[in-house]
Design a protein around this ligand. Sequence first.
Ligand SMILES: Nc1ncnc2c1ncn2[C@@H]1O[C@H](COP(=O)(O)OP(=O)(O)O)[C@@H](O)[C@H]1O
Ligand SMILES: [Mg+2]
Length: 257
Amino acid sequence: MTYAVELKDVSVKYGKIPALKNVSIQIAEGAFLGIIGPNGGGKTTLLKVILGLIEPEAGEINVFGHPHNQMVDRIGYVPQISNFDRDFPISVLDVVLMARLGGRVRFFHQYQKEDLKKAEAVLDQLNLLHLKDRQIGKLSGGQLQRVLIARGLAVEPEILLLDEPTANVDASSTSQIYELLKNLNQDRTIIVATHDMAAVSSYFDTLACLNEKLYHHGDKRLDQETTEQVFGCPVDLIAHGHPHHVFAPHGEEENND
Ligand SMILES: Nc1ncnc2c1ncn2[C@@H]1O[C@H](COP(=O)(O)OP(=O)(O)O)[C@@H](O)[C@H]1O
Ligand SMILES: [Mg+2]
């Protein structure tokens, strides 16, 4: 079987500080995966390593069965909102158009007609077209997040990675964003990293807990103590049952060294 994303024993260090330790996971095409875990647990690092923005110390990453570095244009990325995003004096349409350029710098009038059409279509799909000329500094948190999702979609990706997509939005925008992601999941694989664990977990069809190591599918269920102590994932989530399955640990990976 070809997986949308497959990691084999991936380890990442920043200098001497380990961020990911022997992380392996197979993510099926069409999955709606939530990667949950505490701050500093390595979620952002994991997304960046899939995107090829960070070189792992060890391990292998495949996307649709090929080395991930050859496949980056099949992946859309929605980074976590930073203050920098808000301060940048640029319109909603420009933000989405820039994704179409793939890093090539051009002036506005040199955009291809096709790029403009695609950018407007994506904004329309997300009910944002009426905001296309608005400066991004003048958007609400929820609107800005949806604009960044539009930017991630503008490259027509088969896999969409999102980093903390609800960290800067209120509760009603949070459910709006997850409804949107559920819709987008109908024809693409979606991977969301979030520390906002219990609040949003019911939307995902699979969950993985990450805190340096990753709890993933295996023959054993997560036990509550390990879940809470090692991964910082709430017991409720595991014990009181959502309709999805939770990744369980591989037998030999339980010893902490
Ligand atoms: N650029 C960096 N340089 C050094 N350490 C980093 C860097 N980025 C992240 N780290 C460290 O790596 C670990 C994982 O961070 P991160 O992937 O951002 O976790 P999360 O997204 O789950 O909060 C943390 O200990 C963090 O301090
Ligand atoms: Mg992060």
